[in-house]
Ligand binder design. Sequence first.
Ligand code: ZN
Length: 141
Amino acid sequence: MRVKKVDHIGIAVRSIEKALPFYTEVLGLPFLGIEEVESEQVKVAFLQAGEAKLELLEPLSPESAVATFIEKRGEGIHHVALGVEDITERIRELKEHGIRMIQETPKRGAGGALVAFMHPKSTGGVLYELCERTNQTEGHQ
Ligand code: ZN
């Protein structure tokens, strides 16, 4: 298992619009863009924080996993994304170690990255995302 870096930290917010000034004006982080990830029913905004990024996640519907998270635990840190290569191979390695995956095959996340989440019951309560950045900018699947 090789982790290249912490790619980003996901933060659940009720409203990106309301949360954003803290990050851009108070912390002075460069705003990288905003997009909707239909499959997850979330709106996502990225900010650059040195080597890593912060990913603000706003639920687009009450069925979104992020909406459930905010309802149960309030706004705050949602997941930590580890940057990897060959994500399919990394998933295989994790499963060999008995780690439960939420996705056994990677799916397209924000920015066209390939992502898969580990089950927090297998990781001491942290929702970890594996994230492989491909050169592809567009094109789902
Ligand atoms: Zn993420």
